[in-house]
Design a protein around this ligand. Structure first.
Ligand code: FES
Length: 321
């Protein structure tokens, strides 16, 4: 009797004729062309999204191109899996459950080889899928990058742009104007009135947006308007005060004014600022007071700034001192 153990069957020689590798589709060529067309449409959709994102703010086109790209790429992958892969069911005769180490190695090698062959046989689809998913990965990063906001360090020198958080366009003697460019006069607001204002020439600029509030009715001959904030007692004028409208938490526009309590409320996360005492935060996540703009009135009754903001406006950022 021979003590030689039986040789393990080789499972590594896989052929393309193997029934386990036959595609489900009756016409694999047509199915492959269909899947390829869907993937090409997906790729073009992602490229279209990238171009639309950088060149315009057309959110409906961004949604259409990105959504269409994902839909088409997904359809291509589904068509590949459904029509070009073997679908089974396959029946194998029951065999001994125990297998030798050599058989297990052979099986592992066969599975790896088989998977590789399935992909290799559809090289074009594999390439198109890689191309589409790479394009999707790249263009999806665009919104992430742009959401980081303006670059405070580089825009610090460019004080004539509307992108600086360190230095806004408010200067000494800047004229207060509304968003449509109308000059703001001291008689414009009654007590409790609020108005969003900008420095003349920079209407609509985000970092410059400022909320003007009339806290009290004080005439030019009345005693000067006194603010509670130390060192800023003359920053208000004739009952007016002005603060940056960019919330110090995450930059939302702080535009809700409660006349009775003289508080400004940020609508995003409900930070509450005390207007009469320097807009210090009294509630909510805002970590700092809203920066205040010193005001004055010129000889024609127009409101002007005494100077620009004396600290960076808006939320914290990594280069903020
Ligand atoms: S952005 Fe104002 S509280 Fe969050």
């Amino acid at each position: 009797m021979s003590d030689e153990s039986p040789k393990a069957p080789s499972l590594t020689s896989v052929s393309l004729e193997d029934p386990h590798l036959q595609p489900y589709a009756k016409h694999p060529g047509r199915a492959e062309a269909l899947a390829a067309a869907a993937m090409v449409i997906g790729f073009l959709g992602f490229i279209g999204f990238g171009i639309t994102y950088w060149l315009s703010d057309q959110t409906q086109w961004e949604a259409a191109t990105l959504g269409g790209g994902m839909l088409a790429l997904g359809a291509g992958v589904i068509a590949w899996g459904k029509y070009l892969m073997a679908q089974g069911p396959f029946v194998e005769e029951r065999h001994e459950f125990h297998s030798t180490e050599a058989e297990r190695d052979a099986m592992t090698a066969a599975i790896v080889e088989r998977g590789g062959m399935v992909v290799q046989r559809r090289k074009v689809l594999g390439g198109l899928f890689a191309l589409g998913s790479t394009a999707m990965g790249v263009v999806i990063a665009f919104p992430l990058i742009r959401s980081l906001g303006p670059k405070p360090a580089t825009s610090r020198q460019a004080t004539n742009t509307d992108t600086s958080l360190f230095a806004t366009n408010w200067k000494k003697n800047s004229q207060l104007v509304t968003a449509d460019g109308r000059i703001v006069k001291v008689a414009d607001l009654g007590v409790g009135g609020v108005l969003t204002v900008f420095p003349k020439g920079y209407e609509g600029s985000s970092p410059d947006q400022t909320i003007l509030i009339r806290l009290a009715q004080i005439g030019p001959n009345d005693p000067p308007f006194q603010l509670e904030s130390p060192g800023r007692t003359d920053w208000g004028v004739q009952g007016y005060v002005a603060y940056s409208k960019m919330c110090t938490h995450l930059g939302c526009p702080v535009g809700l004014y409660q006349k009775l309590t003289q508080q400004l409320v940020c609508p995003c996360h409900q930070s509450i600022f005390n207007v009469a005492s320097g807009c210090v935060p009294e509630f909510g996540p805002a970590p700092r007071p809203l920066p205040q703009l010193p005001l004055k009135v010129d000889a024609f009754g127009n409101l002007q700034s005494q100077s620009g903001y004396q600290q960076a406006v808006g939320p914290g950022f990594w280069e903020r001192p």
